[in-house]
Design a protein around this ligand. Structure first.
Ligand code: CAO
Length: 424
């Protein structure tokens, strides 16, 4: 038994943000029915193609454990099928451009009429206001949500980050909203509308930067490197390079091999409680008691000197040796792991966070599995569906269509050219 067994999800999502959310629901046990345009499908199927003719990794890695139905929801028969799907499902998830669902004729009011228990979950770029009609992709959200203005170095331009906090981050937010709405429905008997704007999701993840924005009113941010460098603060939270976001100073430092390996670096945190251990490890035992070095406030204007001394030590060790030496001493450090190192990591494979998946068109590929582990609801990662692989199965088994009705729908072209139902 899985946590969301019995929950049916009408998955009207595409690209990354929405599919991330419905993939999690599928991993938690929901039956996720992905609705795709006949003959076309989710645009990501054919984006960044690495194996000609096969679904791309972009698609497969975001759509595991789902079933696919081809459906043109703008035709009369298509609307009839969509209406039946809304009747049968518990949750409908969509991340179309603003207004697309209304233009299709499926407003929130109409959906409630069809199924008052339906939870309609939507991702848009912005919430209500000046920008509500905009189409939005990942980096737009990172820029509009506060991440870009606070990422990068002080003397450089704003930077976007590789972590897809706008897309996958908002998908996670929406997923939490959905399961919360399902929980409330248990008592109220009613569905509700769940909305997550990408700007809001990114801003939520940038909460500490808004903390610092308000702390600026009380004076300079002393834990930022620029304080020790004597560079005045402006009127907004500045970019802080690799400074730690909290009260314990940290930096990214070179390790042995950095000249040729772009990832031979470690993150190093000079946590106050283990300052003595840091001093011993780097061969500066006198700093434990020396005036100007002994307490955290005294050290704030000397962070460059201190991290230079630590780096002189880390450069004599590999990033893994730094980890091995510092961990037993409770000094928090983190090797900069490359994607190659992560994909080969035995520990992540043992927990199912990295998995190998077989696919009929592209062969075996590696994916990120479910990062959330439920002790009573284990996840088996199954390959993503081929376009329309389950069209007939969904029409007949989920919607109970047969005879003339089924013939009419198929002949209308609203569901593409359905593949035969796969043998067990
Ligand atoms: N049958 C019939 N029509 C369909 C359909 C189906 N199964 N699926 C989609 N369509 C139609 C939509 O109704 C829409 O038609 P209208 O423009 O006439 O209303 C059309 O296809 C295009 O949909 P779209 O505008 O959502 O797609 P796009 O490629 O132009 O824009 C995106 C993509 C992502 C910018 C936009 O969907 C968006 O802003 N979404 C919200 C924010 C978001 O999720 N962004 C993250 C994207 S990356 O994860």
């Amino acid at each position: 038994m899985k946590a969301l067994d019995g929950i049916k999800v009408l998955d009207f999502t595409h690209v990354q943000s929405g599919p991330t959310c419905t993939q999690l629901l599928a991993w938690f046990g929901a039956d996720v029915l992905k609705v795709e345009r006949p003959g076309v499908g989710d645009a990501t199927r054919k984006q960044l193609v690495d194996v000609p003719g096969a679904d791309s990794l972009y698609f497969t890695m975001l759509n595991h454990n789902k079933r696919s139905i081809e459906l043109n929801s703008k035709t009369e028969e298509g609307k009839m099928v969509l209406t039946r799907l809304i009747e049968e499902c518990d949750v409908m998830v969509e991340n179309f451009a603003p207004g697309a669902l209304d233009r299709m004729g499926f407003t929130w009011e109409r959906i409630q009429e069809i199924n008052p228990r339906m939870i309609l979950a939507s991702i848009k770029g912005f919430g209500p206001g000046d920008y509500e009609d905009c189409k939005v992709y990942e980096n737009v959200a990172q820029c509009a949500g506060g991440a870009a203005s606070t990422t990068g170095f002080l003397d450089g331009p704003p930077l976007v980050t590789g972590a897809q906090i706008g897309d996958s981050g908002t998908g996670l937010h929406l997923c939490l909203g959905i399961v919360t709405a399902l929980f409330q429905r248990e008592r109220s008997g009613r569905g509700q509308k769940v909305s997550a704007a990408m700007q809001d999701g990114v801003l939520n993840l940038c909460r500490v930067k808004l903390r610092d924005q308000q702390r600026l009113d009380a004076g300079p941010l002393t834990e930022y490197s620029q304080y020790g460098e004597g560079i005045p603060f402006g009127d907004a939270t500045p970019r802080a390079g690799n400074d730690s976001g909290g009260g314990q100073p940290g930096r990214i430092l070179k390790c042995k091999g950095w000249e040729t390996d772009p990832n031979a670096y470690t993150y190093f945190i000079t946590q106050a409680a283990v300052w003595g251990n840091v001093c011993d490890v780097i061969g500066k035992p006198d700093w434990k008691t020396a005036e100007g070095y002994a307490t955290p406030p005294e050290r704030l204007d000397k962070l460059n000197e201190i991290f230079e001394a630590i780096e002189a030590w880390t450069m004599t060790k590999t990033k893994f040796e730094v980890m091995e030496i510092c961990n037993p001493l409770n000094i928090p450090v983190g090797p900069i792991l490359s994607t190659k190192e992560l994909i080969e990591d035995e520990g992540l494979r043992a927990t199912g966070t990295i998995v190998d998946v077989d696919h009929p068109e592209r062969g075996r590929y590696t994916s990120v599995g479910c990062p959330i582990k439920l002790s009573d609801s284990p996840v088996e990662v199954e390959r993503s569906p081929l376009l329309g692989e389950h069209t007939l199965e969904i029409l007949t088994e989920v919607l109970g269509m047969q005879g003339d009705t089924l013939d009419r729908v198929v002949q209308s072209g609203a569901v593409g050219t359905p593949r035969p139902v796969a043998a067990e």
